[in-house]
Design a protein around this ligand. Sequence first.
Ligand code: AMP
Length: 143
Amino acid sequence: MTVKSILATKGRDVATAAPDLSMQDLARALADRRIGAMIVTGGGGEVVGIVSERDVVRALARGGAAALAEPVSRHMTAKVVTCREDHTIVQVMELMTNGRFRHMPVTQDGKLVGVVSIGDIVKHRVAEMENEQKALKEYIASA
Ligand code: AMP
């Protein structure tokens, strides 16, 4: 199963933020949309960073409430690991585990085409394993 099949189910809507959005507005957007991260994009729609709820907590721990007035560009991760639609679920799981993050933007020809979270990955991996198990059982029963 590939990232393409996840996007076919969940859709390609991506929550993005401009680099000058305040941390306060980012926190509000994360809470309103019930998501854990937003992709930071530049004027041309290119990915320039990612900012997650963990970055909000870190900013508050370091700077206190004053950090909420600062732009996301100050607290985002600028070196973003992305994947393509033809990446397998297992490949993305490995990238997320090694990088210790739970969100990954999907790009195609340099364009942002979706985002997958660890929740999407686990859900589809469980379904994939259930299908494999069912196929094995049917194979054994027919032998
Ligand atoms: P998360 O586990 O996704 O909430 O993110 C944990 C930390 O990793 C935060 O500092 C994020 O900015 C960063 N991060 C999240 N996703 C990515 C990614 N795809 N590439 C690089 N850093 C990321």
